[in-house]
Design a protein around this ligand. Structure first.
Ligand SMILES: Nc1ncnc2c1ncn2[C@@H]1O[C@H](COP(=O)(O)OP(=O)(O)OP(=O)(O)O)[C@@H](O)[C@H]1O
Ligand SMILES: [Mg+2]
Length: 335
């Protein structure tokens, strides 16, 4: 079932339907992600959230056509402005990457090679997609770095990645991702390696991209606090499946899935005294090959019942939200 956000009047940019990724393991097929469906509209910021191993990066790299593990199988549909990306040739996909869709990868050290200056690498990215001289490309690079709030951008462009602080390097990574004016930016944990103040600045930068560059953003994070600061809508993943989706405001006010509630309880309060320890969710998420039958969250869920041994479908749960829980707190079904 596709997840739509009825509030938004803007056009769908990315429509993901029933996306599944599986790998062969000891003679059987193991799903890394299952039945992922969502729509991202123009200028929307969608947060993809979940604990480590929930399938966030697999979802993003499948959309980008960058999963190349032998034997890996991708089914379903990813439409970008109506064009199907699943099954597209490597050459066509390469043209779309960088020009229309750009990705900031989870590991910040992989974005730049250490042996060239940051400016040179951004120039190269620009020149790969447009017929520009090095001088013209450099002008664009310096302008982009300035837009990303990099002080003294001309000098910074001539520095090597290791000479920049973490915050500056991440600004440069975002500048490189935006160098070809992509309509869609996929940012995989873009602030995890940064300290809290710099993290806030980068999130601020990302949330202004829709106004400054007209971009839509798929923002991947394990941190509900980051979602609260930045996103219009949210998709919560658990063990490779959608647990809940909805508008950020509605979902924060009334989480419908016990997993969303647990994630929200692990955000430090914005005001007042900070608790000595935040409640963590007891237990760990299952690995894909150890996913239990039925609801994958049920072994960690206080509300689990016998019926949870079958997989709960993603269903409307009020307020435009959808939740995959038989006991979603919309009051549709009582315990
Ligand atoms: N190429 C692969 N082959 C086999 N298993 C994989 C592959 N890539 C990811 N996985 C497994 O798929 C699951 C989801 O991984 P993924 O990297 O998407 O998680 P994530 O939500 O991005 O987590 P994190 O917050 O740690 O980045 C994990 O259990 C991971 O071990
Ligand atoms: Mg990841």
């Amino acid at each position: 079932m596709a997840v739509n956000f009825p509030h938004s009047t803007s056009q769908p940019l990315l429509e993901v339907k029933d996306l599944c990724v599986s790998i062969p393991s000891y003679g059987r097929s193991v799903a890394l992600i299952e039945h992922i469906s969502f729509t991202l509209r123009e200028r929307e910021i969608l947060g993809l959230v979940g604990e480590s191993g929930s399938g966030k990066s697999v979802t993003a790299t499948a959309i980008m056509g960058l999963l190349d593990t032998p034997g890996l199988k991708i089914t379903g549909s990813v439409r970008f402005r109506g064009q199907e990306l699943v099954g597209l040739s490597a050459r066509k996909m390469r043209a779309i990457r960088g020009r229309d869709i750009a990705m900031i990868f989870q590991d910040p050290m992989t974005a730049f090679t250490p042996v060239y200056t940051v400016g040179w690498q951004i120039d190269e990215q620009i020149m790969a997609h447009e017929r520009l001289s090095r001088k013209q490309a450099r002008e664009r690079t310096v302008q982009l770095l300035a837009e990303m709030g990099v002080p003294d951008p001309t000098r910074t462009a001539n520095r090597y990645p290791h000479q920049l602080s973490g915050g500056l390097r991440q600004r440069a990574v975002i500048a490189m991702a935006l160098s070809c004016n992509p309509t869609l930016l996929i940012a995989d944990e873009p602030t995890t390696a940064l300290d809290v103040t710099v993290q806030a600045q980068i999130l601020e930068l990302i949330s202004t991209l829709r106004d400054t560059h007209g971009s839509s953003v798929l923002l991947i994070t394990h941190d509900m606090g980051v979602v609260a600061e930045t996103c219009d809508s949210v998709m919560v993943l658990y063990s490779g499946r959608i647990a809940e989706t909805g508008l950020a405001e509605a979902l924060f006010a009334h989480p419908r899935h016990p997993y969303t509630t647990a994630l929200l309880n692990s955000i430090p309060p914005f005001y007042g005294e900070r608790p000595h320890r935040l409640p963590a969710i007891a237990g760990t998420p299952p690995a894909p090959h150890e996913r239990p039958a039925g609801c994958a969250f049920s072994p960690r869920c206080h509300d689990a019942q016998t019926i949870c041994s079958t997989i709960p479908p993603l269903s409307p749960a009020g307020n435009g939200q959808q939740a995959a829980c038989f006991f979603s707190t919309s009051g549709q079904q009582e315990h």
